[in-house]
Ligand binder design. Structure first.
Ligand code: PMP
Length: 360
């Protein structure tokens, strides 16, 4: 729809935008939803309680534009200062502000050829030059490829949609070799098995780490993301934010996020349940003939040598199971499957067993 309709009322360039296409959010019940990397478990009960308590007549007042209390909680959690924290309406908004505020230069920015498909969208929106750097044959980042003059580097860790992680040592080497531009590490999935680059922030004033509460804190519906970095980088982001929307986080989001970050025990419980099911699912997929990349995320990236991914997706859809497929040539054979509850993973494996053993 959005790519077929045009209008002469649009501003210059809007007809050329290639917008991001979010995964399907079904409007009916009864789906096993493994397509948008949400957490299959509910948010922390303490977060829900905080949101309920904030649902009061105070909602007539604007929220704190600076999110002071939430910033303090996040800073404490990472051993940083509040001046090193930036808040946004989901990490997509934080990333959008980072592209405009830190990554728009003469030289092109660099990011992998197979990665989060929002990056080219921000480049298109803000007119940012970019170059996609091919991952190796096994979907790894080759550091040497980034050792060229650039306007910035963006790397998700673990990468999406592959789930493959970079070590902290690799990121340190990258940062040591790249002092002249900003390196953004998008850590949407870091809590499921990778190491956060937040530990490197005191060493590198050009490092911006971006995280979200959508995955490991089970709060995709609340829309809270944040960035960590040198105060000067944070100030660049704040200038963009305050030129766009001073109140990106509402009152409910601010208190819910704070309670979720503080509930470390619950966070550990749900992330380890996801990791356990991921390992179980990966092993079961192997018994059905699937080859799965080593995942450090809350999803797996998998392919079957005998069955096309688009066909498998359609077969699963008929059984009311949603997974994600990308048409980009290099990954068109792969399915990205979010880790559900153990029960959902078992339902998926039972369906796939039937599909691959009995292809129509
Ligand atoms: N980065 C990556 C790599 C993602 O996959 C996502 C989720 N689509 C995001 C950022 C954005 O997540 P959110 O806006 O929910 O924080």
């Amino acid at each position: 729809m959005s790519n077929t309709v045009t209008s002469s009322y649009w501003s210059i360039g809007i007809d050329k935008l290639k917008a991001y296409v979010p995964g399907e959010q079904p409007q009916t019940d009864g789906w096993v939803k493994l397509n948008t990397n949400e957490c299959p478990y509910p948010p922390s009960p303490l977060a829900l309680q905080a949101i309920r308590e904030a649902t009061s007549d105070k909602l007539r007042l604007y929220p704190d534009p600076n999110g002071t209390a939430l910033k303090a909680t996040i800073a404490k959690h990472f051993g940083l200062s509040p001046a090193q924290v930036f808040l946004g309406n989901g990490s997509d908004e934080v990333l959008g502000h980072a592209f405009l505020g830190l990554l728009k230069h003469e030289l092109p920015i660099l990011y992998p050829d197979v990665t989060y498909s929002f990056y080219p969208v921000y480049c298109g929106l803000y007119g940012i030059a970019y170059r996609q750097v091919p991952l190796t044959a096994d979907f790894a980042v080759n550091l040497a490829d980034y050792a060229v003059p650039n306007g910035g580097i963006v790397l998700p860790n673990p990468n999406a949609p592959t789930g493959v992680a970079l070590s902290l040592d690799t990121l340190r080497s990258l940062l040591q070799a790249n002092r002249a531009s900003v390196v953004v590490v998008d850590e949407a999935y870091v809590d499921f098995g990778a190491q956060s680059a937040a530990a490197l922030i005191p060493e590198f004033d050009n490092l911006l780490v971006v995280q979200t509460l959508s995955k490991s804190r089970a709060l995709a519906g609340l829309r809270v993301g944040f960035a960590l970095g040198h105060p000067a980088l944070i100030e660049g982001l704040a200038r963009v934010k305050d030129s766009f929307n001073s109140y990106p986080l509402d009152r409910l989001a601010l208190v819910g996020a704070q309670a979720a970050i503080e509930d470390q025990a619950y966070f550990e419980q749900i992330t380890s349940a996801v990791v356990q099911s991921r390992d179980w699912l990966t092993a079961e997929l192997a018994t059905l003939g699937f080859a799965t990349l080593p995942s450090s995320a809350n999803f797996v990236f998998t392919h079957h040598p005998q069955h096309q991914a688009a066909w498998l997706l359609a077969q699963l859809r008929e059984r009311r199971i949603l997974v994600r497929h990308f048409t980009q040539a290099r990954i068109a054979d792969y399915l990205r499957i979010s880790i559900g509850t153990q029960q959902e993973c078992e339902t998926l494996i039972a369906a796939l067993r039937q599909i691959v053993s009995n292809p129509k």
